[in-house]
Write a protein that binds this ligand. Structure first.
Ligand code: GRF
Length: 228
């Protein structure tokens, strides 16, 4: 039986893309990463995809007159690769309703803050600049408005007094790399039930076991399960 196909959309470094690809290639995530798609020809994620032997396609958004025409081409590429699920991982563009309609409740995003606080592209800095005591990340279903959509999982870690902001950011990234493959696995297993436009419930699985905790203070909810 063929595995469900996940396409990753990314504009930057691609550490989350690499974490998802590694989870799939090791068999922990029962999926095929069929494509890495980027809107930036210079994105490091394209090199990561090549190194991990995942096909990649780049369409430079600056060559398109508007978001609709770009997204229409992106849909064409994703369909060409027979994509079932889309994982946005550092994809720095909003997507159109037309795009989301092709993959209803099949587009996920990760954001480096505890949504709904600190939406936007500078979330980590904004949260730390605000003086929060806890920061973290969120995996959610994507809706048209930026960083909205029903929340699947969140991970939090403290901001320690006097700590270098890079150290806090590194802990958030470590959380991201564990949470995103887990969220995708729950979606693929049919364990995420949406109630209304806000709430996502995780169905229990008889054989699930708690994952190893992180090596730093954190709270993840719902809790990670083995092998994530
Ligand atoms: C992550 O912090 C993610 O939450 C945000 O963009 C960043 C991408 O990082 N959406 P990377 O390219 O996966 O390293």
């Amino acid at each position: 039986m063929s595995l469900p196909r996940i396409a990753i959309l990314a504009s930057g470094t691609g550490t989350n893309a690499a974490a998802i690809i590694e989870a799939a290639q090791s068999g922990r995530l029962k999926a095929e990463i069929n494509l890495v798609f980027s809107n930036r020809p210079d994105a490091k994620v394209l090199e990561k995809a090549a190194a991990l032997h995942v096909p990649s396609v780049c369409l430079d958004h600056t060559h398109y007159p508007n978001r609709q025409s770009f997204d229409a081409d992106m849909v064409r590429v994703l369909q060409e690769y027979q994509t079932d699920i889309v994982a946005m991982a550092g994809y720095m563009r909003l997507v159109t309703k037309e795009f989301l309609d092709v993959f209803p409740n099949r587009v996920l995003n990760i954001h480096p803050a505890l949504l709904p606080a600190f939406k936007g592209v500078h979330a980590l800095d904004d949260a730390q600049g605000y003086g929060v005591k806890m920061t973290g990340c969120t995996v959610h279903f994507v809706r048209e408005a930026m960083d909205t959509g029903p929340i699947i999982i969140q991970g939090a870690t403290p901001v320690m007094d006097g700590e270098n902001p890079e150290e806090t950011a590194a802990r958030v990234h470590t959380l991201e790399h564990r949470l995103y493959p887990q969220a995708l696995a729950w979606l693929l297993a049919g364990r995420l039930e949406q109630k209304g436009e806000r709430h996502v419930f995780l169905h229990a699985a008889a054989n699930s076991r708690p994952a190893e905790p992180c090596a730093f203070p954190h709270l993840i909810w719902p809790p990670l399960e083995l092998p994530f």
